[in-house]
Every structure is written in C-alpha cells, then in structure tokens.
Design a protein around this ligand. Structure first.
Ligand code: ZN
Length: 201
C-alpha cells in the first residue's frame, strides 16, 4: 500500500488533470482512509487525490472538519458538477479559502452558492445531490483540484499580489528540495503519474 503525504505548491502533480477511476477496490478504500486521516491531521475540510500525489479523480470531504462526525464524511469519485457551474453574477458568493497544499495562504474566492454534483461513492453507487454554503464551496474547490486548478488561480490580481511573497517562499522551498535531491525531477514525476494512471484509470 502506498503511504500518502500532502504535497505543497508548486508541486507539478497539483497541476495534473485527473482521469476518471474505473473501479473501486480495497487499495482505493485504503487511499481514502489515509486521506481522511491526513485531512483531519492538517485540520482541513476537503482533500483531493492530486494533493497526495495521486492522478485519480476523487476527493474526500467533511464540512464539519470533525473526525468524530463520520456521518458527515463523504467520498466523491469521478465528480461532475451538473449545474451552477462557472456562471458569473447571480447566485455567487465570495468567501475566504485556504488549501492544505498552500498552508497559511488565504484569500477571497467567488463561488456559486449552490451546485448540483453527481459522483460515485465508495460502494460504487452513484449519487446526485444539491449542496450549498460551505459544502458547495468545498465541492467546487476540490473539483478544481482534480482539473489541476488551485484557488489562487481564482484570486483577483490585487488579492494575488497580496499573497505573492508567501507563494514565493513555497517556490523557494520546493526548489531547495530539488537541489538537494529530496524532490524528484519533473520527468520522474510525470513517469510515476503515468504509471499510476495506467493501473486504475
Ligand atoms: Zn485545496
């Protein structure tokens, strides 16, 4: 079993567009369990597979952020936002977001207040649900991850300028890990991702 870890900006896997999963099996259930553990450990409310360096189209969420509240846990496999997608104007709301892959960086992001999402759960059943408020924000933030998009991409230029120094620090840390051989090269990362994809997409 793979031992998963949360990766940080600007790791290239965060820019990978994930392919749909073909099946649910014990290995996937193990990944999901590890991701919930990591999410709680880092005090998050959602975590997408490419944030743990996996090229798979799924994310986990618990809008309460409370590990004791397992009823609020939800796994979204191959999620598709069916409505409330990307239309500007009506029904949108601005809220502060952060991300476990860019810890400490916060900024206001405009999202749809309500979205309809279709996905598969861990038992392989498909579900279609309407979510709003924080849950809708989580679903949009995590689905963005699966498309290789980060919340900082959605910041207004002035807001992005405010976090530019913090982002540069992440870039420096990443480069120094590369320089001392702790971080694989882009080619190695691409090769590993392709290998993992072949196994289950
Ligand atoms: Zn995130």
């Amino acid at each position: 079993m793979l031992k998963l870890q949360v990766i940080h900006y600007p790791h290239p896997t965060l820019r990978h567009v994930s392919k749909p999963l073909k099946r649910v099996d014990n290995e996937l259930r193990d990944m999901v369990a590890q991701m919930f553990d990591l999410m709680y450990e880092h005090e998050g409310v959602g975590l997408a597979a490419n944030q743990v360096d996996l090229p798979y189209r799924f994310f986990v969420a618990n809008p309460t952020g409370d590990s004791e509240n397992q009823e609020a846990e939800q796994v979204f496999i191959n999620p598709v936002i069916r409505s409330g997608k990307g239309r500007s104007g009506k029904g949108q709301t601005e809220g502060e977001e952060g991300c476990l892959s860019i810890p400490g960086v916060l900024g206001p992001v405009v999202r749809n207040e309500r979205v309809t999402v279709e996905a598969y759960g861990l038992t392989g059943e498909s579900f279609l649900g309407e979510v709003d408020g924080l849950f809708a924000r989580i679903v949009q933030h995590e689905t963005d991850h699966l498309d290789g998009k980060l919340f900082i991409d959605r910041l207004a230029p002035t807001q992005l300028a405010e976090v530019r120094d913090q982002l540069e620090e992440f870039e420096i840390v990443f480069q120094s890990k590369r320089d001392c051989g702790e971080m694989p090269s882009d080619e190695q990362i691409v090769a590993r991702i392709a290998e993992l994809e072949q196994l289950r997409t």
